[in-house]
Design a protein around this ligand. Structure first.
Ligand code: NAG
Ligand code: NAG
Ligand code: NAG
Ligand code: NAG
Length: 260
């Protein structure tokens, strides 16, 4: 019975990988197929002797590559600085609630969690974790706390200035001042077939993968940002039955590149 090994793994790994103990996340730990897959992969790493404690401050992401499917976007230049899991909402408006009107994207609001070490050491876990976190109920969660199931630390906040300037503010405390990437979309591609379409595996689809270039106002040497491995976030195809403003839950990975 597979849950047996899941619970052993949770106990062994609890120092580095949150087991279902945090009351904020009790609902999120109703065992979803995504969470089961996550712990099954952790179990494989432990069985193979390849599981280590994570410390995002001492991890070198320079060997990490974008997902192969991101080849549909311009290739990165410079050096990868951070990989973050983003979790929040994509925001839309509808000028009326008929099927003849299409939702307009007006921005997003998300918390960013440092997943650089997970990306460097356990890329398959990163992908699964990104899907797991989509099912969290944000209204019950302290979004500044480390994000289970991989206990990724808060890295920053993603929001918009106007409808086209995507901001990634990585200054979170007086000590953690990692700069601010202000960016505009340069290229996009449809999320690959099989991407998670929304919470509970139902919804209107995963938002596109993006290549964003930084603009004036950026602090630090950030040059471009990719949004990949998206889950959820897409609007319904028409405004039929929608309110004038609405949010769609999403998660994604953001890759931050800097000039050398
Ligand atoms: C997006 O919606 C969130 C609520 O989920 C809101 O706090 C935020 O200000 C909105 N951002 C934009 C650009 O509309
Ligand atoms: C898009 O990105 C490419 C590669 O970085 C760059 O050469 C081009 O000028 C950009 N185009 C716009 C409109 O920003
Ligand atoms: C997902 O499933 C849970 C448990 O069945 C339910 O409580 C929740 O409302 C569902 N969420 C969505 C967005 O469908
Ligand atoms: C940006 O790059 C320059 C040289 O290319 C370097 O001197 C500087 O320290 C870098 N700044 C940051 C914030 O990394």
């Amino acid at each position: 019975m597979h849950f047996h090994s899941v619970y052993i793994v949770a106990a062994v790994a609890s120092a580095a990988w949150a087991a279902p103990t945090n009351s904020f996340y009790n609902n999120a730990y109703d065992f979803t197929p995504e969470l089961e897959e996550f712990y099954s992969r952790v179990s494989d790493y432990i069985n193979n002797g390849n599981f280590r404690q994570q410390n995002s401050q001492t991890c070198d992401p320079s060997s990490v590559s974008l997902p192969a499917l991101a080849s549909g976007l311009p290739a990165p230049t410079g050096a990868l600085k951070y990989v973050a899991i983003g979790r929040g909402t994509q925001n839309y408006t509808c000028s009326d609630s008929t099927k003849d009107t299409t939702p307009a994207a007006i921005g997003a609001l998300a918390s960013l969690y440092d997943a650089s070490c997970i990306a460097a050491n356990y890329p398959d876990l990163l992908e699964t974790a990104t899907n797991v976190v989509l099912n969290y109920d944000l209204s019950t969660v302290d979004t500044d706390a480390p994000l289970p199931p991989a206990n990724a630390e808060l890295l920053g906040h993603h929001y918009f200035e106007g409808t086209s300037n995507a901001v990634f503010n990585l200054d979170t405390t007086s000590e953690d001042q990692f700069g601010i990437a202000i960016s505009k979309k340069n290229a996009s591609m449809d999320a690959p077939a099989g991407s998670v379409p929304g919470q509970n595996n139902s919804g209107d689809g995963a938002v596109p993968w993006l290549y964003l270039n930084t603009i004036t106002g950026t602090v630090g040497n950030y040059t471009h940002v990719y949004r990949v491995n998206t889950a959820g976030g897409a609007a319904p195809s028409t405004c039929e039955g929608q309110s004038s403003a609405f949010q769609v839950q999403y998660s994604a990975q953001y890759f931050f590149y800097v000039s050398n």
